[in-house]
Design a protein around this ligand. Sequence first.
Ligand code: ZN
Length: 177
Amino acid sequence: MILPIIIYGNPILRKKCIDIDFLSCKKKINLLIEDMFETIHKEKGIGLAAPQIGKNIRLFIIEPPDFNDGKKGRNYKEVFINAKILKVHGEKSILNEGCLSIPGVMGDVERKSHVSIEYYNHNWKKQKKIFTGICSRIIQHEYDHIEGKLFIDYFSSIKRKMIKKKLISLYEKITYK
Ligand SMILES: [Zn+2]
């Protein structure tokens, strides 16, 4: 099932998410993960975090395009449940990012190259891994979502002024049911 994406201005995007009690709701979460992948395929996204579909839980998925570091092949995807970043380290780099929750806004974000992270994967197995490259970039972006942080928070004050009108127009479109 394709899920509607929560757009900027909805307060859920600013909330710190809570851990999933997976003993009690594994089945529900598995279904949600399937729906999240279906949703990013439709939206042509490369990552999605639970608050973006209205759930205040520590869950995100990544599916980088053309990811090929010689080990994992092209259709690499990963699920991060109750993730905890242990360290971000390495070289700093700047990349133009976008976000399904802030359509029409792109901007340069500086991040470090490596991320050490602990999480449960799609099999609910505990993992401790270091990611680099595009995976590291997407993980840091999605992890920010579950911490209530958005990529625009990294923008310079000039850039923020430039996108202010756009943000207000997104904000004004929100309807609460
Ligand atoms: Zn995003």
